[in-house]
Design a protein around this ligand. Structure first.
Ligand code: FES
Length: 277
């Protein structure tokens, strides 16, 4: 416990120091209020063209600045760097390139199909942006999750970034996620959504099953972990409800739920939210 507290304090201090120097560097270029709060923006405020699908094959990546200004100095700022990946499943995902551990820039390794940070070895699942190994994975949700860009694809295959859900270097912002869920829910009120139910603290599997049943959601897949030591966490995963008890602590489940379930989930103090995919 002492180790974890010290590590967390060091991390906070380092981020504060790095943050102030970065902001001082950027100050001549930026409006303070705009810079500090823009990372929480949701969709609809910016629509930036990225690439067309015909030029972006499966398992490829694209690094780009967002929002792009056209000024090479501003656009090369690490806090504006994002990565778009065309996943083998066909899904498109785009995340901030800043590792949520100590702000190094990670990269996508297509042969391993994962994001990997060169500094301390954190690994992220590109399907979700959630850290699965290394120090970033030891941080509690949502600080283990890369801020994600909302994407739109035109009928002609052009991909656009339309806003960010999260705070760069710190993880997702659950309020922005909730706003996005509500927006999506109002645009297609009868479509069930598959997403993640994430628990603030690990709960016994039996509690999770009863909570999920209580909100009309079905477990598709679960993710759990076992802390083997203060610095080593082993992640486990399984399908359906049958094997959920094999995880010592279940952290999140990939579940499908009806739209009306979302708000119930958000009201439950033990659950943070469902993240639509
Ligand atoms: S900065 Fe430490 S793992 Fe990325």
């Amino acid at each position: 416990m002492a180790f974890k507290l010290m590590a967390e304090r060091r991390r906070t201090l380092l981020k504060a120091a790095l943050g102030s120097s970065l902001l001082v560097t950027l100050a001549p270029f930026l409006s303070w209020g705009g810079y500090l709060y823009r990372p929480e923006a949701t969709s609809g405020q910016i629509r930036q063209r990225l690439i067309n699908l015909k030029d972006f094959p499966v398992n490829s990546k694209l690094t780009f600045p967002f929002p792009a200004t056209g000024d090479p100095t501003v656009d090369s700022d690490p806090f504006r760097q994002y990565i778009l990946v065309h996943l083998p499943s066909g899904d498109l995902k785009a995340y901030s390139k800043v590792c949520v551990h100590l702000w190094c820039l990670y990269d996508y390794f297509p042969e391993k199909r994962q994001f990997q940070c060169p500094c301390h070895g954190s690994i992220y699942n590109p399907d979700t942006g959630v850290a699965t190994k290394g120090p970033a994975s030891l941080q509690p949700y949502p600080t283990n999750s890369l801020p994600e860009l909302n994407l739109e694809v035109d009928p002609d295959g052009t991909i656009y970034a339309t806003g960010l859900r999260g705070r760069i270097g710190y993880g997702r912002e659950w309020r922005a996620e909730a706003a996005w869920i509500q927006q999506r829910q109002s645009s297609s009120p009868n479509t069930p959504v598959t997403g993640y139910v994430v628990f603030r603290d690990p709960l016994p599997p039996d509690n999770i099953l009863s909570l999920i049943r209580g909100v009309d959601a079905k477990i598709v897949k679960w993710y759990g972990y076992v802390d083997k030591s203060p610095t080593e966490r082993e992640w486990l995963t399984g399908e359906g409800e049958q094997n959920i008890t094999s995880a010592t602590a279940v952290y999140g489940v990939d579940a499908s739920a009806t739209p009306s379930s979302h708000l119930k989930l958000l009201e439950n103090p033990q659950i943070i939210l469902i993240l639509p995919r």
